[in-house]
Design a protein around this ligand. Structure first.
Ligand code: IVH
Length: 736
């Protein structure tokens, strides 16, 4: 059985037998061995090959179950169990070192409940010892290689790291080659520190470029790059890797030496935050700005560490040491850390808070094809739901067939899905190691999944060119009714769905039949179409007939014509005295149109193509027959709609699949104004997560909020490029 098959078997087993008590006794030993072997193999993939095939959550699930088995059946515990030792492969060539302090790792927490639960547990211990006062320290959790540094006689004498929880490796020669490593200190006595050796992200990028040029495999992350760099046998090479060091704890401490000590280590503004309230800690941990701040640094962090410290007394002048988190205990008293002490594996005085996973593995269950107003058919993968950055993700866009080909994605594949707080989820790669031959290639459909019209393929995109495709009819009607078009508020998406599915609407012009009282009688029979909504809908449709011309132009989904351009064209038409549909069409053919600042040639060609299309002409005529007013010379509406000429302001709280800068640029091109923070002038707000402070502010100011990328893209005509690697412009193919 392959590792992937074993993993699957164990995952199924955990699901079917959540309680180890129910394990049939004859299976216990072989199952226990299988857990050990499987986890050890995953450790190898993670630590040695740097290419894990399961997510942290899946790993934790296996590991926790193994621990459960050992709790129920302590007699079977094997010294080879990964709970007892991290059985990795020792790299040769280094001396095995002894270390004086037990190696501890930190317990992990993932949410508010975990943090509070940890606090409750140590409160109980503290209470028993009559300790009532302490403070908390929060600091970043560095994602590098954990190293113990030993100083003696003013010098760095030893640096040790581990592969195994008992055996440490002496890497002193290499650590001495780290440029920022403090090699001397102002203290004679023996001091031990724990810290992390890190590779800056910018350095990883450079290193990988260089490696790729030499056909060497790139490092998958800064942690692995730092770890492997420290394990180079040629110390001189280490120098060239530009590693850095962050020290966060003193072990075996000797208080009297503190003041004299100075170590220049990694600096970060606000590296330490103190408070006496656990509520503050919870707030900071969950604050997306904290995470965002850390993400913006040149160093990788994988969470935060919360530590308990004594409150320094006033006479104690050691509190500004900065580097070290622990304040001195009073002479006659034990420090809170000494009182809480440790469990077998973790200190009780600290806990790691892991940021919500941004990557998880999941399995593709099926592929859907979604039809857009732009006629493009997009493949979408339905995946087993996974929790990512606090949201449950069950559908991921596959963008186009080029993407599928590049990423070699198959139906039923296990895939790594990524989503940070701000960005829409996407597939990073497919996990080929987990294939079992049941995967199927993803083939483009021959017919539109909605109307069964034959599909046209142009380079990487597939299109349904049927102008009567219900999917497109719906999209077009929704756009026609939208705020910047005809502003028919009652026609939201679910209403349009019903009306199109029930064959009441098959084109935009059918909307105007809804003003007919006989149609309204039919409408009232549909669920949720009560009396008032039907009559209000009819009123709004009626009112739309005399809406300003720019709104009509914007509503007609003319290619590349959006609000600002529609307004410019309407202005032009007014000046040309176009007071009817015929005059309008004539003026749109006129070369003078090209003199407008905003309407450049590409758009003119699109407009000409659009108005020469028989379907468009039929639609325009039919709107005219329904008394939709195409008179551009109506003076009065310029004044009424004066406001529409003001630039609209927008603000945002998230970066986009196309990067924040690119998004803001595109919006600015469309004459929107970017407000750094939402204020009373802000009219539009783009957000991802409503919990964010900017979003709260926007809500308190009653600013409309957009938080669906698909919707934003459609409404504001944002051109996307596929988020990863190949930046193929999505072409808008409108007319054939
Ligand atoms: S304090 C238990 N503080 O995270 C030893 N550890 O999962 C004292 N780590 O291997 C830990 N940043 O090496 C502490 N600011 C920080 C840290 C940190 C990263 C590492 C530590 C340990 C791992 C625990």
């Amino acid at each position: 059985m392959t590792l992937s098959e074993n993993t699957k078997k164990l995952q199924d087993f955990i699901k079917s037998t959540p309680n180890p008590e129910d394990i049939p006794s004859e299976e216990l030993h072989s199952l226990y061995q299988l857990f050990i072997d499987t986890i050890v193999d995953h450790n190898h993939l993670y630590y040695i090959d740097a290419k894990p095939i399961i997510s942290d959550v899946e790993y934790d699930e296996l590991f926790s179950y193994l621990k459960l088995i050992e709790e129920y059946y302590p007699s079977i515990i094997s010294s080879y169990s990964p709970t007892q030792a991290l059985i990795g492969q020792l790299s040769d060539g280094f001396q095995k070192a002894n270390h004086k302090t037990p190696l501890l790792s930190l317990e992990n927490s993932y949410n508010e409940e975990d943090i509070r639960d940890w606090a409750q547990r140590f409160w109980k211990i503290a209470e028993k010892q009559w300790i009532t006062k302490w403070r908390y320290l929060m600091e970043p959790k560095f994602d590098g290689l954990s190293v113990e540094f030993v100083y003696q006689d003013w010098k760095l004498t030893q640096a040790i790291t581990r592969w195994d929880w008992r055996i440490w490796e002496d890497i002193t020669a290499n650590v001495l080659m780290i440029p920022c490593m403090p090699k001397n200190i102002s203290v004679k006595s023996e001091l031990h520190f724990r810290g992390e050796v890190l590779m800056p992200k910018s350095q990883l990028e450079k290193l990988n470029k260089e490696r790729e040029s030499r056909w060497l495999t790139a490092f998958s992350n800064t942690r692995n790059a730092a770890a492997w760099s420290l394990k180079l046998l040629d110390s001189a090479e280490v120098w060239k890797r530009w590693l850095i060091v962050a020290i966060y704890e003193q072990l075996l401490w000797e208080p009297q030496d503190w003041e004299k000590l100075w170590l220049p280590t990694f600096n970060l503004p606000e590296r330490f935050r103190y408070t006496e309230e656990i509520d503050d800690i919870v707030k900071w941990c969950l604050d997306p700005q904290v995470k965002q701040f850390l993400e913006e640094q040149d160093i990788d962090f994988d969470g935060l560490v919360i530590k308990v410290c004594d409150i320094p007394n006033d006479t104690d002048n050691s509190k500004d040491l900065g580097l070290f988190s622990e304040a001195l205990p009073q002479n006659d008293k034990k420090s809170i850390r000494e009182i809480l002490w440790t469990t077998e594996h973790h200190p009780r005085w600290a806990i790691a808070y892991k940021f919500p996973a941004q990557q998880a593995s999941s399995q593709i269950q099926s592929i859907d094809f979604q039809v857009w107003r732009t006629w493009i058919i997009t493949p979408v993968a339905n995946i087993d739901p996974v929790q990512l950055s606090g949201a449950t993700i069950s559908r991921v866009s596959l963008h186009n067939f080029d993407f599928i080909k590049t990423k070699q994605i198959k139906n039923k594949d296990f895939v790594w899905v990524q989503r940070s707080w701000e960005v829409i989820p996407y597939i990073v790669w497919s996990i080929k190691e987990r294939r079992d031959w049941s995967e199927e290639p993803i083939v483009a459909p021959l017919f539109c999944p909605v109307c069964w019209w034959p599909i046209t393929n142009i380079d990487i995109h597939y299109y349904c060119t049927n102008p009567k495709c219900p999917a497109q009819i719906k999209e077009k009607i929704v756009h026609f009714a939208s705020r910047d078009a005809m502003d028919i508020w009652w026609l939201w998406e679910s209403v349009v769905d019903v009306l199109v599915d029930q064959n009441i609407l098959s084109s935009v012009s059918d909307l105007y039949d809804l003003c007919d009282i006989r149609k309204q009688v039919i409408l009232r029979k549909f669920p949720n179409f009560w009396e008032r909504s039907v009559s209000e809908l009819a009123e709004q449709i009626e009112a739309s007939k005399t809406k300003p011309l720019w709104r009509i132009l914007n509503a007609l989904w003319m290619p590349n014509v959006w609000k600002k351009i529609a307004q410019d064209i309407a202005h032009y038409l007014k000046e040309e005295k176009a007071d009817s549909l015929d005059k309008m069409l004539e003026a749109l053919w006129d070369d003078k149109l090209g003199e407008l600042f905003w309407v450049w040639n590409k758009i003119i060609n699109w407009i000409k193509l659009y108005i020469s299309n028989p379907d468009t002409l039929w639609l325009l005529r039919s709107l005219e027959q329904h008394w939709v007013c195409f008179d551009a010379t109506r003076e009065e509406w310029w004044d009424i709609e004066e406001q529409a000429w003001d630039k609209e302001h927008f603000s945002l709280t998230w970066t986009f699949p196309i990067s924040r800068g690119e998004f803001v640029k595109q919006m600015k091109e469309k004459w929107y104004v970017y407000d750094e923070n939402p204020t009373h002038t802000t009219q539009i707000m783009f957000i991802w997560d409503k919990a964010w402070s900017k979003a709260d502010k926007a809500q308190s100011l009653w600013i409309p909020i957009f938080n669906e990328w698909d919707e934003i893209q459609k409404k504001f005509w944002i051109e996307t490029t596929t988020p990863i690697q190949n930046k193929t412009k999505i072409i808008q193919w409108w007319l054939f």
